[in-house]
Design a protein around this ligand. Structure first.
Ligand SMILES: Cc1cc2nc3c(=O)[nH]c(=O)nc-3n(C[C@H](O)[C@H](O)[C@H](O)COP(=O)(O)O)c2cc1C
Length: 187
């Protein structure tokens, strides 16, 4: 169980986008389960001592985690290895769960550095969640990319985050923190 003086840190990538929303929902669920949680940006994380566990997330862009999130993991490798850590990615868009070839979209959109992240800090789990895309928030190059025929197909506008799935995951984390058990998927 997390000691009173400790907390659980949820670190999304730096902006206010879909990933931050997922981090905040995870944090709210953990808080309701009795954990003390802070949501901080990986770019402005401050001192990390006193935290008993970490949930770190990034959006996936062009097949990769955002640099600040990947760098955060790399530069705090020792600390993170010594604590329970859960990673999540906010990625695929749309309502289909498989791509046209039948491949699971969650697997197809795993960030390129997944193996590296797992090997570096041995997190309890890495989970991919469907994300969201607001066309008005895109940069000019992103808009250009989205205008291509293939671009629009893989980048539909909308909020595809599955809040029930996200909350279930957070409940499982809370349970592991409270009981010291392993993930529900292997129990
Ligand atoms: C230009 C661009 C490239 C993207 N590339 C990928 C990708 O390679 N894999 C993926 O699963 N999602 C991809 N996405 C979807 C985003 O990861 C998704 O919209 C995410 O939820 C955005 O999170 P954010 O608002 O926190 O940045 C891409 C979106 C855009 C706009």
């Amino acid at each position: 169980m997390i000691r009173q003086t400790d907390g659980c840190k949820v670190a999304p990538n730096p902006d206010d986008g879909a990933t931050r929303g997922i981090a905040e929902r995870v944090a709210a669920t953990l808080t309701r389960s009795g954990q003390r949680v802070e949501v901080r940006s990986v770019e402005d994380a401050g001192a990390l001592d006193g935290f008993a566990a970490f949930v770190i997330g990034s959006a996936v862009y062009m097949g990769h985690w955002l640099k600040p999130a990947a760098s955060f993991v790399a530069s705090h490798r020792e600390l993170l290895t010594a604590h329970p850590v859960w990673l999540f990615s906010s990625g695929p868009l749309g309502t289909e769960r498989t791509d046209p070839t039948g491949k699971d979209l969650g697997e197809a959109s795993e960030p390129g550095e997944t193996a590296e992240l797992l090997a570096a800090i041995h997190p309890r789990e890495h989970r991919g969640f469907f994300g969201a895309l607001d066309p008005l928030a895109l940069t000019l190059p992103e808009r250009t990319l989205r205008r291509l025929p293939a671009g629009r197909a893989i980048m539909p506008a909308g909020d595809f985050r599955d809040w029930a799935e996200i909350e279930l995951w957070a409940h499982d984390i809370a349970e592991q923190l409270t009981t010291g058990a392993g993930p529900a998927s292997v129990r």
